[in-house]
Ligand binder design. Sequence first.
Ligand code: F0G
Length: 457
Amino acid sequence: MSTIIEPFKIKSVEPIYFTTKEERETILKDAFFNPFLIRAEDVMIDLLTDSGTSAMSSAQWAGIMLGDESYAGSNSFFHFENAVRDITGLPIVIPTHQGRAAEKILFSQLGGKGKYILSNTLFDTTRANIEFTGATGVDLLCAEGKIPSVPSPFKGNIDIVALGKFIEEKGADNIPLCIITVTNNSGGGQPVSMQNIRDARAACLKYGIPLFLDACRFAENAFFIKMREPEFANATVEEIVLEMFSYADGCTMSAKKDAFANIGGFIALRDEKLALECRNLLIITEGFPTYGGLAGRDLEAIAIGLHEVLDEHYLQYRIRSIEYLTEKLIAAGVPVMQPAGGHAVYLDALAFLPHLPPDQYPGQALSCALYKEGGIRSVEIGSLMFGKYDNAGQLIPAMMELVRLAIPRRVYTQSHIDYVAEMIIQVFKDRESIKGLKIIYEAPTLRHFTAQLEVMN
Ligand code: F0G
């Protein structure tokens, strides 16, 4: 079959509210040109995130009704624990209310002043949780991952040579862990190869440094390995996932992504001593170790979702639908990150708006233009999210200026995606009219969530 169909039927729907371009202009202004500050009802196609926005299956909704809400030792916890153990092979499972809570707990144990935590690319909350402990987060992305326009099969790989060099330079004692993000969200949703995970494992093992996975999108990464790494062409996704985790000492996970849950996360580990310390902090901040900030019903939905995501018909449809939008944009000359990522299409805002330098926030300006044109909500992954200031108050730009269109799982159909392509291509035709933005308010950390901006004249 050459047409890859959505491998589900729709049982329940939500309305989309339509707005006019004029209305959206006012909405944007009232939201200080920050799509995070727009009401969801005023968005027609919401591609702000693929996190917590999945359509759950009828089996998951049935699981919600079966959720055991016992404070301690609930059945739902054991279903959840078994699912995580089955899929990852990691023996110790600690539930948290979402991914960043897992990060907060893990880095509170392992971080601290003078420490370096190495990664291919840290996601924003991961970096913030590392820096909050006084440690430094270090991105060691492979060279090909930094050039959006050049396709390559595994642009999420960590640079193994740079990894070895960094460890030698700073000393293994100052590096409590290396964490590889699969797929690499901030670097375009690009996959990491099994060989790269093996090589990272070997490099870390040599110096006694634990290797972790930031596993939010583990199944999408595994499907890319099956498609692109010849050794795995005949392996099942389950086998690939097990092998990926076999090289890891542990993982943090946001179940809001590949587990199709609306909330949830976990830490999974092998080290009993570290687990004990994490659980002690968990009890203070999240809850008892058999619920960790979640309701029993959420644990049940995650347990079911973790198995559902391994369905290869689903993963083929998922990866293909992102590729489909990417191909349409490339055909129209729109500069996009290539090849397509696993959960999102990334527009290269610097190439899209060459007249706007990084300190005029081209990614944010483009994101706002997409909202104005088509009611489409996206997110900037560039200098608003990752930019820093030097001592003279000058912006140190981010590595790339991207706009991410994250596709919620099992939510939008092909015609929604066709509409998105049409609107982006329209904005591309009018790109010269798009003006830069300047910040008028920013918080000291994670400023992109609440920043207020205005249009430059
Ligand atoms: N790690 C990665 C790679 C992520 O993409 C996210 C969240 C987290 C950790 C944190 O998980 O949200 O459950 O606390 N990413 C969302 C996004 C928010 O839109 O990409 P969380």
